[in-house]
Design a protein around this ligand. Structure first.
Ligand SMILES: [Zn+2]
Length: 89
């Protein structure tokens, strides 16, 4: 299993490498063959120009941050801790 997986990995990598080499180095003896070749058609096609119709963002101050002092109200409750309070006198 391990040998087969390793062998398939090398096979796939070598196929990818040879495909890249063949695609980049192939040539045609005349123009008619290159017109029907899918690799050449894709290689010589123009890239689409990026168009953007978005409006520019407008940066504007919408308000001023006003800080307020926050006082935390802590509450200690004996019953919350599960401890019995002192006996009432
Ligand atoms: Zn071609």
């Amino acid at each position: 299993m391990r040998f087969t997986c390793r062998w398939l990995t090398w096979l796939c990598l070598s196929l990818m490498l040879w495909t890249a080499v063949v695609e980049s180095t192939h040539n045609h003896p005349n123009q008619t063959e290159s017109a029907s070749c899918s690799i050449c058609v894709v290689a010589h096609s123009t890239t689409p120009a990026a168009s953007c119709n978005h409006t520019r963002p407008v940066f504007e101050a919408v308000g001023l941050l006003q800080e307020e002092e926050v006082i935390a109200k802590a509450r200690f409750s004996v019953c919350d801790l599960g401890i019995r309070g002192p006996p009432a006198v």
